[in-house]
Design a protein around this ligand. Structure first.
Ligand SMILES: Nc1nc2c(ncn2[C@@H]2O[C@H](COP(=O)(O)OP(=O)(O)O)[C@@H](O)[C@H]2O)c(=O)[nH]1
Ligand SMILES: [Mg+2]
Length: 362
């Protein structure tokens, strides 16, 4: 059930790789891709392609854009394939990382809200003619399904409010037990998962700890004689749709609960986009209430650079006082041991020695 066709809008022409990488987080088997310059008002996808899709061996069509409910319904009717738009895909990705009940509810709410207009549209179509089984509503009829979903949404909203209140009450008493936490953050495609896998190679996922909300993407690592939990966080997504920002922040609580943040940055990109990513990460951290925690700027993909020192010198200009710079290659295993060493030093509350400072731009 994983064969997909990806539809990319031309507006993301500089970010096709990132967009495809988002898709691959959930759907590994991308059979083909279509680039759309000007969306067709009725089908989004050009009509000559629609006819061919019908015979393609795929399970889903993923459209990396905003798609109108009528367009989704039209495509489904013509091709008999399921359509997922960018919002739904990103919510699926959030779900992979959501540890707490609150984050899960927030994501579920966003999904429902996103689908309600689609159900409404389906009601209109069903009245006009045939539209069976769309969105799993077949058995109930769309109107009943719509009412059911509205009720579900109201119920979820109440549950969330209650959850927030109790959390406010307990926040002060909440003490963290167990291991220190390291969160890997950064944009899509920066190399977070590659680094996470390198750091945790053979280690098993950890079970839920008391009083903490642990993401399913967490594993234990050994830093010399020290143990810690490292989390591959959801990642910052370019052009995040505004209606899912709340769900995004809820999913990021795994960062608020961490002791050290490793911000992975692809420095094979130009200086300006690296700078923007550093600033944006700081803004997001501050927004979720993370201030002054130690941050390691892991400048990744140095294997792709000709002038490593020049590039690092440029980026050092932007370093804040709580940040340490370590150039690495997660893929080619360059400076990973150094990164581990620095993590250990920070966990021990020790100064990062002068000997390292010559290699680490602290
Ligand atoms: N050349 C090079 N490629 C890398 C490095 N680290 C990751 N990549 C590649 O960058 C792409 C995105 O990596 P991934 O870990 O999935 O990024 P994530 O979205 O941040 O989790 C993959 O194709 C990786 O193989 C690196 O150090 N050097
Ligand atoms: Mg990843």
């Amino acid at each position: 059930m994983n064969k997909v066709l990806v539809v990319l809008p031309h507006k993301y022409k500089y970010y096709y790789e990132e967009e495809l990488s988002l898709v691959k987080t959930i759907y590994k088997d991308i059979v083909d891709r279509i680039i759309v310059k000007k969306p067709n008002p009725k089908f989004y996808i050009p009509y000559n392609r629609i006819e061919k899709i019908k015979d393609m061996d795929i399970d889903k069509i993923i459209i990396m854009d905003r798609v109108k409910p009528t367009q989704i319904i039209n495509i489904t009717r013509e091709t008999e394939k399921e359509v997922i738009d960018r919002v739904l895909l990103i919510l699926e990705i959030f779900n992979l990382h959501a540890g707490s009940l609150e984050a899960k509810l927030q994501i579920e709410m966003a999904k429902l809200k996103h689908q309600l207009p689609l159900i409404k549209e389906a009601i209109r179509y069903a009245k006009l003619g045939e539209l069976h089984g769309f969105l799993g509503a077949g058995r109930y009829g769309y109107e009943k399904y719509y009412t059911m979903m509205r009720m579900k949404e109201a119920k979820m909203r109440k549950k969330l409010e209650k959850l927030r209140k109790t959390r406010m009450l307990h926040r002060k008493q909440r003490t963290r037990l167990g291991y220190p936490h390291i969160a890997i953050i950064g944009y899509t495609c920066a190399g977070k998962t590659t680094l996470f896998n390198k750091l945790t190679k053979t280690n098993k996922p950890v079970g839920p700890e008391p009083f903490t909300t642990l993401s399913p993407k967490s594993k234990k690592i050994y830093l010399g004689d020290k143990e810690a939990i490292v989390t591959d966080t959801v990642g910052f997504i370019r052009d995040l749709p505004h209606e899912i920002i709340e769900a995004f922040y809820a999913t990021l609580e795994e960062i608020s609960n961490s002791d050290i943040i490793v911000h992975v940055i692809d420095i094979s990109k130009d200086e300006n986009s690296v700078y923007k990513e550093i600033i944006e990460a700081r803004r997001i951290l501050s927004k979720i209430g993370v201030h002054g925690k130690p941050v390691i700027l892991a400048l990744n993909k140095i294997d792709l650079l000709k002038d490593i020192n020049g590039k690092i010198r440029e980026i050092s200009k932007y370093r804040a006082s709580n940040e340490v710079i370590i150039p690495i290659s997660a893929l080619k295993d360059i400076n990973i041991d150094l990164l581990k060493h620095v993590l250990k030093k920070i966990l021990e509350g020790k100064e990062i020695g002068k000997d390292i400072c010559s290699k680490v731009w602290a």
